[in-house]
Design a binder for this molecule. Structure first.
Ligand code: ATP
Ligand code: MG
Ligand code: MG
Ligand code: MG
Length: 561
């Protein structure tokens, strides 16, 4: 592509309202232009990046045998009334009326449409498992559209939906999608953490977000150093409880009775509100004790082991695990009730457990002493396993680190919510009617491009990851009037174009202008054809290189690869 024919209106300064670096670069580089709040035109440069990202998605979906299709943008309200989401979805929905006064909407997501068009057509278990996807423009009337493509009101999303006859099938589909998503982000050069997340208005389980750490990110994720735990801070709501004034931990003075088998009964027994019991730990050593922690405990390692239980109140089991932890021959425990006595720990670990400070911010009390197990949902451990590669150890009380990040993808197991409410049954092996089991999978494609820029900023522009770069090679001719340079440039343009996407800056511009623009194009390889063209020597520079390297044209191949 000749740059003289390319439409790339670059700007020296970003508009004042552009805060995010990716937004600034995309405007300055002529990738996008805003048409109205949160609605953008994708100019040739931006569109090339978008198409490349889409191509990666298409390949990875093909690899897991998920076909592409496309749904309409304009949807009837009736469809969403059927699922009950027409009201529930809220102000983000773009609603409109047609000339006959029929209520319609512009699709913000497509669970209903896929349930209607696909799930309702699956009549037999033999047709499943099945999954489909689309890459489509979505409409959400965001309260605060901002940061360029990061939060638009019109944006491109990859949304996929899976249909299964059994839970096992759904689990497999979910895993397939998840690994395909990881490959997509990797190829797009976007570093992500799969984290435990909320499922929002879509409902569902195993909600996993793909979060791309970035300074501008609107979300905050908590991760531990081992990478065995990662969650959206939204899931750690209970840290708020630490805004409460600290209070001394109550030492138990009464004997727990077997009746204390629920949190409520325990609370009554201890004479504290049930909501304040954060965690109960059954600790059984030789002298058999129970520890109950009450919310508000500041000096957490001053917690004393509580009252001695009457041996009769404890069902002593032969738990080798406990023996290992306590080193007690007599050790063994059957929790009085698994609901509250769900953790077994040894004396020494009590201190460690509560010394885990998750707050990156030492002065912010609400984060101090917050603890994975206590302040983050413990019952999310199943999700935690799907959200992370290895087998995380629930007793792996490592310090957590908070990072701002961008939600670039979100996947979850919908189950039968939509097929139940909208009536999409199939016949199982025994001829019994059952609702189709669904999953939902989404990537914010345009948002992902901004995330890529945020993660690959250079001093004056961007270093695009190779697979989504608008051009792979940027050929820059210093002097257009120099015939030797033109000859070499045209030769290289021809040769390299056979293998790569080449942008050839053939404009009659000053080198300074050309280089500034090149920083914004951010091609992985920049080849400058200048004075040494006559000797067959060019300069090669990657956006992250400090200086260009002189390379003989014959050796160019080694560099471009
Ligand atoms: P957010 O929390 O940022 O509002 P969401 O949870 O509402 O996002 P989902 O409903 O999970 O979004 O949609 C799937 C994906 O679509 C998101 O993970 C995100 O990458 C992308 N996305 C959502 N809203 C926008 C938007 N306004 N602009 C660009 N991309 C978006
Ligand atoms: Mg949203
Ligand atoms: Mg979200
Ligand atoms: Mg989401």
């Amino acid at each position: 592509m000749r740059q003289s024919k390319f439409f790339m209106p670059t700007l020296k300064e970003a508009p004042a309202d552009a805060v995010a670096e990716s937004h600034k670069i995309m405007i300055r580089g002529g990738y996008i232009r805003q048409v109205t709040a949160g609605v953008y035109a994708y100019l040739p440069l931006g569109y090339r990046v978008l198409r490349k990202a889409e191509a990666i998605i298409e390949e990875e979906m093909e690899n897991i045998n998920v076909p592409e299709m496309i749904m309409p943008h304009l949807l009837p309200a009736t469809l969403w009334q059927e699922s009950g989401r027409y009201k529930k979805y809220g102000a983000e929905m773009f609603k409109l009326q047609d000339r006959h006064g029929r209520e319609s909407l512009l699709g913000p997501t497509h669970e209903e449409t896929f349930t209607e068009i696909v799930a309702k057509n699956l009549k037999s278990y033999k047709q499943m498992p099945l999954a489909l996807y689309q890459i489509q423009t979505k409409f959400r009337d965001e309260n605060r559209p901002r940061f360029g493509l990061l939060r638009g009101r019109e944006f491109v999303m990859l949304d996929g939906y899976s249909f299964a006859a059994t839970r096992e099938q759904l689990d497999e589909q979910f895993d397939d999608q998840k690994s395909a998503y990881k490959k997509i982000f990797k190829r797009a050069g976007v570093t992500v953490h799969p984290v435990i997340a909320d499922s929002g208005t879509m409902g569902g389980k195993n909600s996993t977000e793909f979060q791309a750490p970035a300074a501008i990110g609107e979300d905050t994720i908590a991760t531990n150093e081992k990478g065995t735990y990662a969650a959206n801070l939204e899931m750690a709501k209970s840290v708020d409880t630490f805004k409460q004034e600290p209070e001394e931990v109550k030492e138990l003075t009464k004997v727990a009775t077997p009746d204390c088998d629920t949190i409520e009964k325990l609370a009554e027994f201890l004479n504290v509100p049930a909501t304040r019991i954060v965690k109960s730990i059954l600790y059984i050593a030789d002298d058999q004790k129970v520890l109950v922690l009450i919310r508000g405990d500041k000096q957490i390692n001053e917690v004393k082991l509580g009252h001695i239980l009457d041996a009769d109140d404890v069902h002593v089991a032969e738990s080798s695990e406990l023996k290992e932890i306590t080193g007690s021959e007599k050790g063994g425990v059957g929790p009085i009730n698994a609901d509250w006595a769900d953790k077994i720990i040894a004396d020494e670990t009590v201190k460690d457990l509560y010394n885990v400070v998750v707050g990156a911010n030492e002065t912010d009390y609400q984060y101090q002493n917050a603890n994975l197990d206590r302040d983050f949902k413990v019952d999310e451990f199943a999700d935690l396993r799907t959200a992370n590669e290895g087998e995380p150890d629930p007793v792996d009380h490592l310090p957590l680190k908070f990072t701002t990040s961008i939600e670039v993808g979100h996947i979850f197991k919908l189950g039968t919510y939509y097929t139940d409410t909208m009536g999409a049954d199939f016949l199982d092996q025994n001829g019994k009617a059952k609702p189709v089991i669904m999953g939902s999978y989404g990537i914010g494609v345009t948002r992902m491009l901004s995330a890529a820029v945020e993660q690959h900023l250079t001093e004056n522009g961007v270093a695009w990851p190779k697979e989504i770069a608008p051009f792979t090679v940027h050929l820059i001719q210093m002097k257009m009037k120099d015939e030797t340079q033109t000859e070499l440039a045209e030769k290289l343009e021809k040769e390299l174009s056979a293998k790569y996407d080449v942008l050839y800056d053939d404009r009659n511009e000053r080198p300074g202008v050309k280089f500034n623009d090149a920083d914004l194009v951010g091609a992985p390889i920049r080849i400058t054809i200048g004075r040494k063209a006559k000797d067959g020597i060019v300069e090669v520079k990657r956006p992250t290189d400090e200086k260009a390297t002189e390379v003989s044209v014959d050796e160019l191949d080694n560099f471009v690869n």
